[in-house]
Ligand binder design. Structure first.
Ligand code: DOR
Length: 439
């Protein structure tokens, strides 16, 4: 008897082959994939020809616990994740208190175990004086450095501090690459002490050079020490061109749907809802980012799900906070792009499932293979449904993509062989596990 048997699915096998058939899970693992599986399941799902794929691994989210749980917590953020077919997430350390030592990491892991309905991992945040923790706290998926200020208090922008962090230890360093000096200079020049409701100024202040300068610095330090570097949320054509000209083996990078599907024209309608760091850009940047994905300069897709309440977003700039929710819309946005011919299913599986698993050395995830963990998304790629603020699972209750009609919504999301999301509802009693990261 199988624990779970999914019948009549179109199964996305590694390499892009599609198999019409069944998939069985037992004790949290995929135990069989075949055109017809005999025997019964304790639970059976008739997939009715829907696409069965590995659950998405979202390698950059902010779920605000502890310190900002009016906006999100591990329970609400993970529920939003599974609604969008995301079965594992890596969360950033800019909570309050920030995740900068073992005590905080232990606390987060225990909260995750108790409340997260998806699998979870956490970054350790760099400060100017926690070098010891950066390399010794476990389990951490990597070190996060905010080279430019963003939400929260984490910031390391002095050369000597960055040099010390890059020069000590082996762990992957993930950078938010924006140059703090330029942010401060341009804020003083373009805004001074004023406030404004013209939120487009955000993209002018944190311009392409702001991103490029920091990206160059991080690449230089990675090269100097041979240090494993991951550049988070690439947003500009300039960065893509720089990386295309030379990207060492130890360097990887990512892009967000925000920078692929939004641009500076959106400020006119959405105002501060689309204010984020690094900012949304002129439309030609999105084209360059797509090209970077296609030619392999960009390795993976993340969301940078950054929940903020609309009441805060409504404040005048610069008091309006940066960031927007996204964990529950990334897969439908990418599947809709696939249906429009912008990319293939094989590429999506690489960018959102197997790619993040390999990059963060998460074993047994990201592919539908017998013996791999049964983290799955069963999705409808025929029907279209609009994003609606009222239906958003994130505690923030809004999406920058509201009103867009998307396909690729999951009907079922399965974590560790157990159905956790089904036809719009989260089942009680199913929880994720802490992820492990190879060295
Ligand atoms: O816009 C952003 N918001 N960028 C970040 O780097 C942080 C995030 C947040 O936590 O709000």
């Amino acid at each position: 008897m199988h624990d779970l048997l999914i019948r009549n699915a179109v199964i996305a096998l590694p390499g892009g082959t599609l198999l019409e058939g069944d998939l069985a899970c037992t004790q949290g693992r995929i135990t069989a994939i075949a055109s017809q599986i005999t025997g019964d399941g304790r639970e059976e799902i008739d997939a009715e020809g829907k696409l069965l794929m590995p659950g998405v691994i979202d390698p950059q989210v902010h779920f605000r616990e502890p310190g900002g749980t009016d906006k999100e917590d591990l329970a609400s953020g993970s529920r939003a994740a599974v609604r969008g077919g995301v079965t594992s997430f890596l969360e950033m350390p800019n909570c309050n208190p920030a995740t900068i030592d073992q005590e905080q990491m232990d606390w987060k892991i225990s909260r995750g175990r108790a409340t997260s309905v998806a699998n979870f991992g956490f970054f350790i945040g760099a400060t100017v004086d926690n070098l010891e923790s950066l390399n010794n706290v476990h389990p951490a998926c990597g070190i996060k450095i905010f080279m430019g200020s963003s939400t929260g208090s984490l910031l390391v922008n002095e050369e000597k501090d960055l040099d010390r962090i890059f020069g000590n230890g082996e762990r992957l360093i993930a950078v938010h690459a924006e140059d703090e000096t330029r942010i401060r200079e341009r804020t003083a020049q373009l805004l001074g002490d004023e406030e404004t409701r013209d939120y487009a100024i955000h993209s002018l202040i944190r311009d392409a050079q702001t991103a490029l300068i920091a990206t160059e610095r991080a690449l230089h330090l990675s090269g100097k020490y041979g240090r494993r570097l991951h550049i988070l949320h690439l947003s500009t054509a300039e960065e893509v061109a720089r990386l295309r000209a030379g990207k060492a083996d130890q360097v990887t990078c990512e892009v967000l749907p925000n920078h692929l599907f939004l641009n500076t024209d959106d400020y006119a309608v959405l105002g501060s809802r689309v204010q984020m760091n690094p900012p949304i850009r002129d439309p030609q940047n999105a084209e360059a980012l797509w090209a970077g994905l296609h030619d392999g300069v960009i390795d993976i897709v993340a969301t940078d799900h950054a929940p903020h309440l609309l009441a805060d977003k409504e404040k005048a700039y610069p008091r309006s906070p940066s960031g927007m929710p996204g964990v529950e819309t990334s897969l439908p946005l990418m599947m809709t792009a696939m249906r429009e011919g912008r990319c293939t299913l094989t590429q999506i599986l690489r960018w959102m499932c197997s790619g993040p698993a390999e990059l963060y050395k998460i074993a047994n995830k990201g592919k539908l293979i017998e013996g791999f963990d049964a983290d799955l998304a069963l999705i409808d790629i025929d029907g279209y449904k609009p994003v609606r603020d009222e239906e958003v699972f994130s505690r923030t209750g809004w999406s920058p993509f509201s009103g867009r009609s998307l396909t690729g919504w999951p009907t079922h999301t399965i974590v560790g062989g157990r159905v956790v999301f089904e036809n719009g509802n989260v089942r009680p009693g199913v929880f994720g596990q802490p992820l492990s990261f190879g060295s």
